[in-house]
Design a protein around this ligand. Sequence first.
Ligand code: GAL
Length: 373
Amino acid sequence: MFTKKPPLGWNSWNTFGNDISEELLMQTADAMIEKGLKDAGYEYVVIDDCWSLLERDENGDIVTDPQKFPHGMKYLADYIHSKGLKFGMYSCAGVKTCAGYPSSYHNEFRDAKLFASIGIDFLKYDFCNVPAGSNGPLLYHTMSMALKESGRDILFSACNWGADHVETWIRSCGAGMYRSTGDINDNFASVRDIALSQVDKLAYSGIGCYNDIDMLIVGMYNRGNVRNGGCTDVDYKTHFSVWCMFGSPLMIGCDIRNVNDVSLDLLKNKDLLRINQDEECRTAFVCGDNGNKGLAFFRHLSDNEYALMFVNFADEEAEITLDPDKIGLWNGCGYGLSVRDVFSGDKFVIAGEHKEKLAGHDSKVFLCRTTAI
Ligand code: GAL
């Protein structure tokens, strides 16, 4: 499926891992509507690994686990579609998924037909247990072509964690989004490491094929499958802001049935989502640097707007400086930026060098326009 904006949705893995069920998925679809997440733009409900039995059936098909999904997968797909949402599932390019369930190596066309018969709209395709000597990129080409052959329009979400210089070939294989990092953990170091590892790769992401820097941990607070210390609300704010600024797909990873108001407001922040979903899908670039502590990023948006972000990746307070020269506003050009802080609403004009002093892990995001100074 060709998609003109980074996909938005929810995925079961970060919180639930193996502990998935029809009931959880149906309640999650309901919660996406009740909590206003669908209205905010989130539309995919995705089951990750661990949905099937451990063996294929006598015809060679993967079998949905009847204990986890007693009415079968089509029933769940129909329920999700009846809510106006889209349904995603998971397989893997190897002989087993990462959790050891049957996966699609040399069964690509068969499995794609099964997924199409269920009615999926999205397939996440992982990279565990690939036989030695296989050509990784070609395994993604094969599944992409199998999905196209399946008769259903399915968004292909590749997940090879950045292997084989994925950013250089993934667009050519027909994927709609691609994971370019290892797995996120619920702590700030993981957010920082992922963000810093992607700065040089952002220019590969664009309309139709987006660099997915992994599912969100917002609202997890050290509960669930990828818990590893947990985050503060400030950490989550910075995490979500970076993912929006970088134009990543946004796949919520917390239990949205029980999400708290702070996290829900963050996930629905209109200005951040406007930046993430900007129709021009332009690349954020570095426009200020404080050694390894913090960075400032700038991004051109549609409608002659811009986004400007300051992030302190360090644990202690740091000052990050915007050098206007680095965004093209040379000293003496007569123009600066009229900015609005997307969290506080504060408005002011930046005319020349601008410093932001931020507490450890904190960030600020501004929507801006040029203005005569
Ligand atoms: C990993 C993948 C995770 C999750 C997990 C399931 O390889 O990066 O996002 O899908 O497998 O086992």
